[in-house]
Design a protein around this ligand. Structure first.
Ligand SMILES: Cc1cc2nc3c(=O)[nH]c(=O)nc-3n(C[C@H](O)[C@H](O)[C@H](O)COP(=O)(O)OP(=O)(O)OC[C@H]3O[C@@H](n4cnc5c(N)ncnc54)[C@H](O)[C@@H]3O)c2cc1C
Length: 568
């Protein structure tokens, strides 16, 4: 051992070690070496320090490398790499700072590639790309599962802010360890050590040093370097707004076809699909796939091809001055773009309940994944509000351990709004009780939700001691930020292609002789795809299809040169 480091079983000795740390063949190592340089390394040499950006990639030819998670709470030995194994985790692909420290523990020899050389390698060598990406993704999954990362979250399990931060880190695939203020005995020592008062909870301690008290998602993204390598001044071929399935699909196709693409995401990648516990009707996944897993893979895939993705900094305005578009971010900067794809999707409508905000994250939730489920006790019953597929999935997911679920549906039946396979599942689950023509009318409690009142079809109002409500009521388009820049339909979804009337085009001062392309809005070169588009099918596959198809139209617009865009 070279440093004072805690030794638990390293991942290289775990049962799935071969998946996480595969051994390369000598032919593969020779191909990798042709992209970089081979050099000797000596015991004690620091190859990478945690927090460094633009770190190199190493394949070990002889000797050994220790992978250590540096932390103010004590370093942890995570892995010991042997000859023919390689370094890295998904941070390298995402362009984020390294989470681990790498030290040579036995002198030997390495093949070393810069990050750009490694990117070029995975874009050109399909066989090596598969081996590397599979291992990097599985390493990240293992790190997330075991909480091996550079972030420590301390907060109350009953606080909405704690849940928000957990969701943000998880949906960004960032491994973290969580200590529950109300349950973990060592917490007070830690708080004293970092001079944090209980009133300042939750706190996020990054790399054992920086202490963020009640941080916003933007602060977390900034501190963990999620957006570090993004050049905001660069003129982009296409700026994609929204990183749900539609935006991520557009990013994969745009970047893989050589366009310079930036994706802007107000929150975390994945969109609505990322909050689905299990998607069973997406082509190619007969046993279903969690929305988080599907969108995490799409996110890595977009970055593999070179798309830049800006996290937790949404679009606040679209400007159309002179020959280019500008997308102003919430943070203030305006990004220049030759073309724009709007993929901002939709979000649940918040019902008009007096004290709704008070209980958000503390009894009221807008998605039902394992994170929200962890807020419930084993015997806690719950209410799911809504009659669409998302509500059906939530009810089935929450009921699978025998909990009683009350499904409150405003209409007469589920048939009009839910897929048949889900209706059948609900009918087969004895603990789900569907209450049609029933609406929640009041929430009550103190720090946490304690009681709910609902009104049934006969008009009778009853009160129930239920502490958890999952609200999955109709979605509204995320178009408020557009401020009338493109034509919308009566429900504020974006009109495109043949849906645009001559009046819409006249009002937008459409400047071209041609009509708008299929997914094009009332502004030439500005497209709308996925759930945000008027008349779209609100499904993952439809969103992915539209995002991919939009790129061929972007090519057409770019090839025709910049049309006169009209006035702001
Ligand atoms: C719980 C749940 C379960 C579902 N289950 C299924 C299923 O089983 N099968 C199925 O096919 N479909 C399912 N759906 C529907 C499916 O998820 C959506 O149709 C799909 O996600 C739409 O993709 P999208 O990219 O168009 O929009 P979204 O997924 O809504 O993504 C839009 C993204 O844009 C971001 N954004 C919004 N405004 C801005 C802004 N101003 N600047 C930057 N970014 C912004 C949002 O944060 C979001 O990440 C489900 C939906 C939910 C909520």
């Amino acid at each position: 051992m070279l440093a004072e480091t805690t030794r638990s079983t390293p991942l290289t000795s775990a049962p799935n070690a071969a998946l996480l740390f595969p051994t390369l063949t000598s032919a593969q190592i020779a191909r990798i070496a042709s992209h970089g340089a081979t050099r000797p390394v000596t015991r004690g040499e620091l190859l990478i320090e945690g927090g460094e950006t633009d770190v190199p990639f190493f394949v070990l030819q002889a000797g050994a490398i220790e992978v250590i998670r540096p932390s103010g709470l004590g370093d942890l030995l995570v892995a010991v790499l042997r000859p023919a194994q390689f370094t890295g985790d998904v941070s390298m692909i995402l362009g984020r700072p390294a989470q681990m420290r790498l030290i040579v523990s036995e002198s030997g020899e390495v093949v070393q590639l810069t990050r750009d050389q490694m990117h070029a390698l995975i874009q050109t060598d399909a066989e090596i790309s598969e081996v590397l990406l599979r291992a990097l993704i599985h390493r990240r999954i293992a790190m997330v599962a075991q909480g091996i990362g550079d972030a420590l979250l301390i907060g109350s399990g009953r606080s909405g802010a704690t849940l928000r931060i957990k969701e943000f880190l998880t949906r960004n695939g960032h491994p973290f360890k969580y200590l529950d203020l109300d349950r973990d005995a060592d917490v007070q020592d830690l708080l004293d050590r970092f001079h944090v008062d209980r009133a300042e909870m939750p706190v996020l301690i990054c790399r054992g040093a920086a202490v963020l008290k009640r941080p916003s998602n933007q602060e977390i993204a900034h501190r963990l370097g999620f957006n570090e390598r993004i050049d905001l001044a660069q003129l982009r071929d296409v700026v994609i707004i929204g990183a749900g399935p539609a935006g991520l699909a557009a990013a994969v196709y745009a970047a893989s076809e050589g366009l310079d693409v930036l994706v802007i995401e107000a929150s975390s990648p994945g969109g609505q699909a990322g909050s689905s516990s299990r998607i069973e009707n997406y082509l190619g996944f007969p046993t279903g796939v969690s929305g988080q897993e599907l969108t995490e893979r799409a996110y890595a895939q977009a970055q593999k091809f070179g798309a830049a993705v800006m996290i937790a900094n949404g679009a606040a305005e679209l400007s159309c001055e002179r020959m280019l578009y500008g997308v102003r971010l919430e943070g203030g900067t305006t990004i220049p773009a030759r073309s724009v794809i709007i993929a901002t999707g939709a979000r649940y409508r918040r019902p008009a309940l007096a004290n709704l905000q008070q209980f958000e994250g503390a009894g009221v939730y807008y998605s039902a994944t394992s994170m929200e489920e962890a807020q419930l006790g084993d015997d806690d019953d719950a209410i799911v509000v809504g009659g669409a597929n998302s509500a059906g999935q939530a009810a089935v997911f929450l009921a699978r351990r025998g909990r009683r679920i009350h499904m409150l549906v405003r209409s007469h039946s589920l048939a009009a709004s839910m897929s048949q396979y889900l209706i059948r599942r609900i009918e087969e689950t004895a603990t789900i009780q569907v209450r049609t023509r029933t609406e929640i009318i009041a929430l009550d409690g103190n720090e946490h939700l304690e009681r709910v009142e609902w009104r049934d079809g006969s008009g009778a109002v009853t009160s129930h001691d239920l502490r958890h409500v999952f609200l999955m009521t109709g979605a509204e388009a995320s178009t408020g930020w557009l401020n009338g820049r493109v034509a919308l339909d009566a429900n504020r979804f974006i009109k495109t292609g043949p849906d645009l009337t001559p009046e819409d085009l006249a009002a937008a001062q459409w400047p071209l002789a041609r009509s708008p392309h299929l997914l094009e809005t009332s502004r030439p070169g500005v497209f709308a795809v996925g759930d945000v588009r008027s008349g779209s099918t609100k499904r993952v596959a439809a969103a992915v299809g539209e995002g991919s198809a939009a790129i061929s139209l972007v090519h057409r617009v770019l090839a025709a040169g910049n049309p006169r865009r009209g006035q702001t």
